[in-house]
Design a protein around this ligand. Structure first.
Ligand code: NAD
Ligand code: ZN
Length: 379
């Protein structure tokens, strides 16, 4: 089959790989029809992880079930399924509490399992024609009839819609509250969208990319350009000097092309400044534990210069971590089915798998107009 593999820093290509096969009776095989490029892929793409060359990327996957193992009886051949990026077993101490992002069976002792990820188990990614899905009865979300027409909406259930929602849950967003979100990438936009769904009274999104801020405004949030005057000052002005009730970190550790953004801890300290005293902060941006290539000595070891003193003095709380996708995807799926959520609004490019390297290059550069790339392996 054709698959997108990681070769080395900023080098991916579409090559021939052996088709996956059923390895355990609980597996299913899925023919991938839509698979996205995610900001999380960029940690590997840019060479900040120990991703091995030759591995297939892709954890935002949707497709049709073509074969199931002997022990699979809920999911059927022909079902169209969206696959949470986390792989859970369903029966470990974390999965049974809904914490499927931290499955103790699929990646023992580590921070959960996922498709096509460094450090999250041996599972291959879905930026390919076919994918093996472990514990398919537990993991696969079977989509409602007619899902083909809204495939670009439903595919967002694999990761960024639940992740954006998770950010608002971690922050504790309640109806009527004010929310500030750092990052207007796909995850930040989904956090803003989720805050709207929850009935926030004012949602402010901080970034420096005008095209992305325009999308935030399109869904009713206030776009704040943090290089045209201080983002912090603008948020404080909009919140009568007190700061927002809740804040979400949707940037994480990253090197974009903007030199002023290459301070990995900036967003965390800005959140402490722009969330009110006693407010809640939800952090879904990924902070890579170690970046040997970082310019900053502390960042090399994964240490960030977080202003703990101000955080403590303001009595704020922070919750962090990857989204437990299964905890939210059914409800968010119902909203899409009912026509009450259309997360595909953020898609800028739909490409055949063969053009995935071009998609990576432009999305990684945060090139104007490249907000979210969906790949169609069948095209
Ligand atoms: P992205 O890189 O496209 O978006 C990040 C945005 O942040 C960009 O628009 C960038 O301009 C902006 N930015 C950079 N520095 C900033 C700063 N100092 N202040 C404000 N904005 C700044 O990626 P994405 O797909 O939106 O993903 C965002 C983060 O979420 C990544 O770290 C990704 O790994 C993470 N993520 C986490 C989960 C989870 O389960 N927790 C799931 C998916 C993605
Ligand atoms: Zn993702």
């Amino acid at each position: 089959m054709k698959a997108l593999v990681y070769n080395g820093p900023c080098d991916v290509s579409v090559v021939d790989k052996p088709n996956p096969r059923i390895e355990k009776p609980t597996d299913a095989l899925v023919r991938i029809t839509t698979t996205n490029i995610c900001g999380s892929d960029l940690h590997m793409y840019e060479g900040r992880t120990d991703m091995q060359a030759g591995r297939i990327l892709g954890h935002e996957n949707l497709g049709e079930v073509i074969e199931v193992g002997n022990a699979v009886d809920r999911v059927k051949v022909g079902d169209r399924v969206c696959l949470p990026f986390n792989i859970g077993c369903g029966f470990c101490a974390n999965c049974e509490r809904g914490l499927t992002g931290y499955c103790l069976t699929c990646n023992p002792g580590n921070a959960g399992a996922a498709y096509g990820f460094a450090g999250m188990g041996p599972y291959e990614g879905g930026q390919a024609e076919y994918l093996r899905v472990p514990y398919a009865d537990f993991n696969a979300l079977v989509l409602p009839p007619g899902s083909e027409e809204k495939e670009n909406d439903y595919v967002m259930l694999s990761d960024i819609f639940p992740t954006g929602y998770h950010a608002t849950e971690l922050a504790g967003v309640l109806p009527g509250e004010t929310v500030v979100i750092y990052g207007a990438g796909p995850v930040g936009l989904m956090a803003a969208y989720s805050a709207m769904i929850k009935g926030a009274s004012k949602v402010m999104v901080v970034d420096s990319h005008k095209d992305r801020l325009a999308l935030a405004e399109k869904i009713g949030a206030i776009g704040i350009h943090d290089l045209e005057g201080s983002g912090v000052a603008q948020v404080l002005e909009l919140t009568k000097g007190n700061g927002a009730d809740r804040g979400c970190e949707c940037v994480g550790y990253q090197c974009c092309n903007n030199a002023e953004h290459e301070v990995p801890n900036l967003t965390m300290n800005n959140l402490v400044k722009t969330v009110k005293a006693t407010g809640g902060i939800g952090v879904v941006g990924v902070f890579i534990p170690k970046d040997p290539g970082a310019q900053d000595e502390l960042a090399k070891k994964g240490h960030l210069a977080f202003n703990f003193g101000e955080f403590w003095f303001k009595g704020q709380s922070i919750r962090t971590g990857q989204a437990n996708v299964k905890a939210y995807n059914r409800q968010l799926c119902n909203l899409i089915e009912a026509g009450k959520a259309n997360p595909s609004f953020l898609i800028s490019h739909e490409l055949p798998l063969s053009q995935a390297p071009e998609g990576y290059k432009n999305f990684d550069a945060r090139k104007d107009g490249w907000t979210k790339v969906v790949l169609k392996p069948g095209a």
